[in-house]
Design a protein around this ligand. Sequence first.
Ligand SMILES: C[S@@+](CC[C@H](N)C(=O)[O-])C[C@H]1O[C@@H](n2cnc3c(N)ncnc32)[C@H](O)[C@@H]1O
Ligand SMILES: Nc1nc2[nH]cc(C(=O)O)c2c(=O)[nH]1
Ligand code: SF4
Ligand SMILES: [Mg+2]
Length: 244
Amino acid sequence: MAVSEKHLIRVSEIFGPTIQGEGALIGQPTVFVRTGGCDFRCSWCDSMHAVDNEYRDTWKPMTPEAIMEEVARLSGGKPILITLSGGNPAIQPMAELIRLGQEQGCYFAMETQGSVVRGWFEALDMLVLSPKPPSSGMLTDWGLVAECVEAGQGTQTILKLVVFDEADFAYAREAAAMFPQLPVYLQPGNHTPPPPDDDTAVVDREGLEARMRWLIDRVTEEKWYDARVLPQLHVTLWGNMRGV
Ligand SMILES: C[S@@+](CC[C@H](N)C(=O)[O-])C[C@H]1O[C@@H](n2cnc3c(N)ncnc32)[C@H](O)[C@@H]1O
Ligand SMILES: Nc1nc2[nH]cc(C(=O)O)c2c(=O)[nH]1
Ligand code: SF4
Ligand SMILES: [Mg+2]
Protein backbone atom coordinates (compact mmCIF):
# COMPACT_ATOMS: atom_id res chain seq x y z
CA MET A 1 0.00 0.00 0.00
CA ALA A 2 1.39 3.43 -0.93
CA VAL A 3 1.86 5.70 2.08
CA SER A 4 -0.92 8.12 1.07
CA GLU A 5 -3.38 5.28 0.36
CA LYS A 6 -3.96 4.66 4.04
CA HIS A 7 -5.63 8.09 4.25
CA LEU A 8 -7.95 7.55 1.26
CA ILE A 9 -11.58 8.10 2.15
CA ARG A 10 -14.40 6.61 0.06
CA VAL A 11 -16.67 9.53 -0.72
CA SER A 12 -20.23 9.27 -2.04
CA GLU A 13 -20.91 13.02 -2.17
CA ILE A 14 -19.78 16.37 -0.81
CA PHE A 15 -22.47 19.05 -0.71
CA GLY A 16 -23.37 22.38 0.85
CA PRO A 17 -23.22 24.73 2.46
CA THR A 18 -26.68 23.90 3.72
CA ILE A 19 -27.97 23.81 7.28
CA GLN A 20 -27.64 20.83 9.58
CA GLY A 21 -31.23 19.63 9.51
CA GLU A 22 -31.15 17.29 12.50
CA GLY A 23 -30.19 17.09 16.15
CA ALA A 24 -28.20 19.37 18.42
CA LEU A 25 -26.67 21.52 15.67
CA ILE A 26 -29.94 22.03 13.77
CA GLY A 27 -29.86 25.23 11.75
CA GLN A 28 -26.08 25.57 11.67
CA PRO A 29 -24.47 26.10 8.25
CA THR A 30 -22.40 23.09 7.30
CA VAL A 31 -20.85 21.17 4.42
CA PHE A 32 -21.62 17.44 4.32
CA VAL A 33 -19.03 14.85 3.46
CA ARG A 34 -21.00 11.64 2.88
CA THR A 35 -18.90 8.48 2.73
CA GLY A 36 -19.79 5.32 0.83
CA GLY A 37 -20.34 1.98 2.53
CA CYS A 38 -22.21 0.82 5.62
CA ASP A 39 -22.15 -2.23 7.88
CA PHE A 40 -25.94 -1.85 8.43
CA ARG A 41 -28.96 -2.14 6.14
CA CYS A 42 -31.74 -0.21 7.86
CA SER A 43 -35.12 -0.93 6.27
CA TRP A 44 -35.91 2.79 6.05
CA CYS A 45 -32.45 4.24 5.31
CA ASP A 46 -32.78 7.57 3.49
CA SER A 47 -29.25 7.40 2.04
CA MET A 48 -29.13 4.03 0.28
CA HIS A 49 -27.05 5.57 -2.52
CA ALA A 50 -24.24 5.68 0.07
CA VAL A 51 -24.97 2.20 1.45
CA ASP A 52 -25.89 -0.27 -1.28
CA ASN A 53 -22.90 -1.86 -3.04
CA GLU A 54 -24.78 -1.36 -6.29
CA TYR A 55 -23.70 2.31 -6.04
CA ARG A 56 -20.07 1.49 -5.33
CA ASP A 57 -18.83 2.84 -8.67
CA THR A 58 -20.27 6.25 -7.77
CA TRP A 59 -18.06 6.34 -4.64
CA LYS A 60 -14.66 7.95 -5.12
CA PRO A 61 -11.52 7.39 -3.04
CA MET A 62 -10.28 10.85 -2.06
CA THR A 63 -7.31 12.16 -0.12
CA PRO A 64 -7.93 14.46 2.87
CA GLU A 65 -6.33 17.26 0.84
CA ALA A 66 -8.74 16.78 -2.08
CA ILE A 67 -11.73 16.67 0.30
CA MET A 68 -10.64 19.89 2.02
CA GLU A 69 -10.13 21.55 -1.38
CA GLU A 70 -13.70 20.69 -2.35
CA VAL A 71 -15.03 21.89 1.03
CA ALA A 72 -13.12 25.17 0.62
CA ARG A 73 -14.46 25.58 -2.93
CA LEU A 74 -18.04 25.10 -1.71
CA SER A 75 -17.66 27.28 1.38
CA GLY A 76 -15.80 30.08 -0.40
CA GLY A 77 -12.66 29.42 1.60
CA LYS A 78 -14.13 30.42 4.98
CA PRO A 79 -13.86 27.81 7.78
CA ILE A 80 -17.14 25.97 8.34
CA LEU A 81 -18.63 23.07 10.26
CA ILE A 82 -18.03 19.83 8.33
CA THR A 83 -20.54 17.06 8.95
CA LEU A 84 -19.28 13.55 8.30
CA SER A 85 -22.11 11.18 7.45
CA GLY A 86 -22.71 8.20 5.21
CA GLY A 87 -23.05 5.26 5.04
CA ASN A 88 -21.07 4.70 8.19
CA PRO A 89 -18.24 7.27 8.22
CA ALA A 90 -16.62 5.41 11.14
CA ILE A 91 -15.48 2.76 8.66
CA GLN A 92 -13.25 5.30 6.90
CA PRO A 93 -9.81 6.53 8.01
CA MET A 94 -10.81 10.03 9.14
CA ALA A 95 -8.00 11.03 11.52
CA GLU A 96 -5.89 12.86 8.93
CA LEU A 97 -8.90 14.67 7.41
CA ILE A 98 -9.98 15.89 10.85
CA ARG A 99 -6.44 17.04 11.65
CA LEU A 100 -6.09 18.88 8.34
CA GLY A 101 -9.56 20.46 8.47
CA GLN A 102 -9.13 21.66 12.05
CA GLU A 103 -5.72 23.09 11.12
CA GLN A 104 -7.64 25.16 8.53
CA GLY A 105 -10.13 26.33 11.18
CA CYS A 106 -13.00 23.93 10.40
CA TYR A 107 -15.02 21.96 12.97
CA PHE A 108 -16.14 18.36 12.62
CA ALA A 109 -19.37 16.64 13.61
CA MET A 110 -19.95 12.99 12.75
CA GLU A 111 -23.10 10.88 12.48
CA THR A 112 -22.72 7.19 13.14
CA GLN A 113 -24.84 4.31 14.40
CA GLY A 114 -22.38 3.19 17.11
CA SER A 115 -21.30 -0.12 15.59
CA VAL A 116 -17.67 0.74 14.75
CA VAL A 117 -15.33 2.23 17.37
CA ARG A 118 -12.33 4.41 16.49
CA GLY A 119 -9.68 6.11 18.61
CA TRP A 120 -10.06 9.30 16.55
CA PHE A 121 -13.62 9.91 17.82
CA GLU A 122 -12.02 12.07 20.53
CA ALA A 123 -10.66 14.44 17.83
CA LEU A 124 -14.20 15.28 16.65
CA ASP A 125 -15.97 18.40 17.86
CA MET A 126 -19.27 16.52 18.09
CA LEU A 127 -20.15 12.84 17.99
CA VAL A 128 -23.75 12.02 17.09
CA LEU A 129 -24.60 8.45 18.04
CA SER A 130 -27.72 7.09 16.42
CA PRO A 131 -28.30 3.47 17.49
CA LYS A 132 -30.93 1.81 15.37
CA PRO A 133 -34.39 1.00 16.81
CA PRO A 134 -36.42 -2.19 16.13
CA SER A 135 -38.22 -0.73 13.06
CA SER A 136 -34.86 -0.59 11.24
CA GLY A 137 -34.59 -4.39 11.36
CA MET A 138 -31.08 -4.07 12.88
CA LEU A 139 -29.89 -5.39 16.25
CA THR A 140 -27.95 -3.13 18.63
CA ASP A 141 -24.72 -4.22 20.27
CA TRP A 142 -24.92 -1.93 23.31
CA GLY A 143 -21.36 -2.88 24.28
CA LEU A 144 -20.11 -1.27 21.05
CA VAL A 145 -22.26 1.82 21.57
CA ALA A 146 -20.75 2.15 25.07
CA GLU A 147 -17.26 1.79 23.57
CA CYS A 148 -18.07 4.59 21.10
CA VAL A 149 -19.13 6.82 23.99
CA GLU A 150 -15.90 5.92 25.78
CA ALA A 151 -13.79 6.63 22.65
CA GLY A 152 -15.47 10.03 22.39
CA GLN A 153 -14.65 11.04 25.99
CA GLY A 154 -13.97 14.77 26.00
CA THR A 155 -15.96 15.25 22.78
CA GLN A 156 -19.51 16.55 22.94
CA THR A 157 -21.61 13.44 22.36
CA ILE A 158 -25.35 13.18 21.83
CA LEU A 159 -27.87 10.42 21.20
CA LYS A 160 -30.14 10.95 18.22
CA LEU A 161 -32.87 8.37 18.03
CA VAL A 162 -35.25 7.80 15.16
CA VAL A 163 -38.75 6.85 16.28
CA PHE A 164 -41.43 5.33 14.04
CA ASP A 165 -43.65 3.55 16.55
CA GLU A 166 -44.22 2.51 20.16
CA ALA A 167 -41.48 -0.17 20.08
CA ASP A 168 -38.96 2.42 18.84
CA PHE A 169 -40.09 4.79 21.59
CA ALA A 170 -39.45 2.10 24.24
CA TYR A 171 -36.02 1.51 22.69
CA ALA A 172 -35.24 5.23 22.87
CA ARG A 173 -36.19 5.24 26.58
CA GLU A 174 -33.88 2.27 27.13
CA ALA A 175 -31.00 4.00 25.31
CA ALA A 176 -31.47 7.19 27.32
CA ALA A 177 -31.50 5.22 30.60
CA MET A 178 -28.27 3.46 29.61
CA PHE A 179 -26.44 6.73 28.90
CA PRO A 180 -27.96 9.25 31.32
CA GLN A 181 -25.05 11.65 30.75
CA LEU A 182 -25.90 12.13 27.04
CA PRO A 183 -28.43 14.67 25.72
CA VAL A 184 -31.22 12.91 23.80
CA TYR A 185 -32.73 14.07 20.51
CA LEU A 186 -35.78 12.25 19.15
CA GLN A 187 -36.54 12.43 15.46
CA PRO A 188 -39.68 11.07 13.83
CA GLY A 189 -38.85 8.60 11.07
CA ASN A 190 -39.43 9.54 7.45
CA HIS A 191 -41.53 6.61 6.24
CA THR A 192 -41.28 7.78 2.62
CA PRO A 193 -37.48 7.93 2.15
CA PRO A 194 -36.27 8.25 -1.45
CA PRO A 195 -35.37 5.16 -3.44
CA PRO A 196 -31.61 5.45 -4.11
CA ASP A 197 -32.08 6.56 -7.72
CA ASP A 198 -34.84 9.09 -7.15
CA ASP A 199 -34.43 12.17 -5.01
CA THR A 200 -37.68 13.64 -6.29
CA ALA A 201 -39.77 11.07 -4.36
CA VAL A 202 -42.66 12.86 -2.69
CA VAL A 203 -42.68 13.13 1.11
CA ASP A 204 -45.88 12.34 2.99
CA ARG A 205 -45.85 15.57 5.00
CA GLU A 206 -49.14 14.86 6.76
CA GLY A 207 -47.89 11.48 7.89
CA LEU A 208 -44.61 12.96 9.11
CA GLU A 209 -46.36 15.76 10.99
CA ALA A 210 -48.80 13.31 12.59
CA ARG A 211 -45.88 11.16 13.77
CA MET A 212 -44.15 14.26 15.16
CA ARG A 213 -47.29 15.23 17.13
CA TRP A 214 -47.67 11.66 18.40
CA LEU A 215 -44.03 11.66 19.52
CA ILE A 216 -44.49 14.95 21.40
CA ASP A 217 -47.59 13.47 23.09
CA ARG A 218 -45.65 10.38 24.17
CA VAL A 219 -42.73 12.43 25.51
CA THR A 220 -45.00 14.66 27.58
CA GLU A 221 -47.17 11.73 28.77
CA GLU A 222 -44.04 10.01 30.06
CA LYS A 223 -42.83 13.28 31.64
CA TRP A 224 -39.62 12.82 29.68
CA TYR A 225 -38.72 16.45 30.13
CA ASP A 226 -35.07 16.33 29.18
CA ALA A 227 -35.72 14.81 25.75
CA ARG A 228 -35.81 17.10 22.71
CA VAL A 229 -38.10 16.34 19.79
CA LEU A 230 -37.04 17.70 16.40
CA PRO A 231 -38.12 17.09 12.81
CA GLN A 232 -35.64 16.57 9.98
CA LEU A 233 -35.74 20.24 9.03
CA HIS A 234 -34.21 19.65 5.59
CA VAL A 235 -36.95 17.12 4.77
CA THR A 236 -39.57 19.64 5.90
CA LEU A 237 -38.06 22.31 3.65
CA TRP A 238 -36.86 20.40 0.61
CA GLY A 239 -38.48 16.98 0.81
CA ASN A 240 -36.40 13.98 -0.19
CA MET A 241 -33.99 16.00 -2.36
CA ARG A 242 -30.41 14.85 -2.34
CA GLY A 243 -27.62 17.39 -1.77
CA VAL A 244 -29.49 19.64 0.70
C1 LIG B 1 -28.20 8.25 6.70
S1 LIG B 1 -27.58 8.15 8.33
C2 LIG B 1 -25.82 8.03 8.09
C3 LIG B 1 -25.01 7.97 9.36
C4 LIG B 1 -25.05 6.66 10.14
N1 LIG B 1 -25.04 5.52 9.30
C5 LIG B 1 -26.27 6.62 11.02
O1 LIG B 1 -27.23 5.94 10.70
O2 LIG B 1 -26.24 7.31 12.05
C6 LIG B 1 -27.80 9.82 8.99
C7 LIG B 1 -28.95 10.01 9.93
O3 LIG B 1 -30.16 9.85 9.20
C8 LIG B 1 -31.06 9.13 10.00
N2 LIG B 1 -32.06 8.53 9.12
C9 LIG B 1 -31.83 7.66 8.11
N3 LIG B 1 -32.98 7.32 7.49
C10 LIG B 1 -33.96 7.99 8.13
C11 LIG B 1 -35.38 8.04 7.95
N4 LIG B 1 -36.03 7.33 7.00
N5 LIG B 1 -36.08 8.85 8.80
C12 LIG B 1 -35.46 9.57 9.76
N6 LIG B 1 -34.13 9.55 9.96
C13 LIG B 1 -33.39 8.77 9.16
C14 LIG B 1 -30.18 8.14 10.71
O4 LIG B 1 -30.81 7.58 11.85
C15 LIG B 1 -29.00 9.01 11.08
O5 LIG B 1 -29.25 9.69 12.28
N1 LIG C 1 -29.50 19.24 5.74
C1 LIG C 1 -29.21 17.97 6.08
N2 LIG C 1 -29.10 17.67 7.38
C2 LIG C 1 -28.75 16.40 7.69
N3 LIG C 1 -28.50 15.89 8.92
C3 LIG C 1 -28.11 14.61 8.79
C4 LIG C 1 -28.09 14.27 7.44
C5 LIG C 1 -27.57 12.98 6.96
O1 LIG C 1 -28.02 12.46 5.94
O2 LIG C 1 -26.68 12.45 7.62
C6 LIG C 1 -28.50 15.39 6.73
C7 LIG C 1 -28.68 15.73 5.35
O3 LIG C 1 -28.57 14.92 4.42
N4 LIG C 1 -29.04 17.04 5.09
S1 SF4 D 1 -26.80 2.78 9.60
FE1 SF4 D 1 -27.23 4.80 8.71
S2 SF4 D 1 -26.42 4.74 6.61
FE2 SF4 D 1 -26.37 2.63 7.38
S3 SF4 D 1 -28.26 1.75 6.59
FE3 SF4 D 1 -28.75 2.57 8.65
S4 SF4 D 1 -29.45 4.71 8.38
FE4 SF4 D 1 -28.48 4.01 6.46
MG1 LIG E 1 -30.06 12.40 5.47
